[in-house]
Design a binder for this molecule. Sequence first.
Ligand code: NAP
Length: 282
Amino acid sequence: MKRIAIVGVGLIGGSFALALKANGFKGEIVGAGRSATRLQVAQDLGVIDRFETDLAEAVRGCELVLLAVPMGAMRSTLLALRSGLSDETIITDAGSVKGSFVADVRSVLANCARVVPGHPIAGTENSGVEAAFATLYQGRRVILTPLKESESSAVTAVQALWQQTGAQVECLAVEHHDRVLAATSHLPHLLAFSLVDTLTELQEREEIFRYAAGGFRDFSRIASSDPRMWRDISLANQEALLAVLGHFQANLSQLAESIRQRDGEAIEQRFQRAKLSRDGFC
Ligand code: NAP
């Protein structure tokens, strides 16, 4: 490709650009967003080659556009860039929820044949272009959720670009993606935020945090993630997230009951099953 645009040059969009450059991408990478100051930082860091704050201008003449803005900004971003697209422009995204992106894109574009939704299963708790790094996607999975009308040439092109970042690409149906990611990513973030928030409300919070050990650090790391990004993800994947949260609440209630009943066998069985699962997948 000769020119691509990245709309939202933060951790995910910036790392995509850096990874492509590190792996021999020779085309031009245009950064696009709402703040010239922030985009200038991205250019100074060598993440993008040039930038535009007029999104339609940014995508004009680009073969591919990657949207890497928060879920709640996808629709307004698509509306702002729409007039710069040609019939050939491939549109993909890196959003964490696919159902809401598909709804957004269908509500904005009449023809979605060149749309290939995607989601890199990689990230950190840090945000912004300063947090971007070239190896973020190395050996990590990227899930594409092509639409029934997505042209195979567009899917192949998006797949090839992600592979160039070092990622392994797989395809899933949209609903399947959102159900699986609700369980593996969105629920853990919700729990981390909720746990730390619960402890913050307790009177002994200063002592709790002072004496917190490695386990607390491991479990709570993702509660340092961007609250607004996770607000958007929670709302965008409402149905799947509430379903898995219901399962979790039931499990937690059973555990609480076992503790109340002093049923050591039930507690140990539950912990044993969890340990086996985790040891197995790690
Ligand atoms: P980020 O580092 O905060 O970057 C977000 C980018 O979007 C920034 O360039 C920001 O511009 C721009 N932006 C923020 N709010 C906006 C708004 N209301 N309108 C237009 N642009 C806006 O976030 P990120 O971690 O890269 O996440 C980007 C996308 O990737 C999200 O959809 C997220 O769900 C998805 N994702 C994240 C992770 C992760 O672990 N972080 C993993 C996989 C997928 P400014 O510089 O002007 O604020």
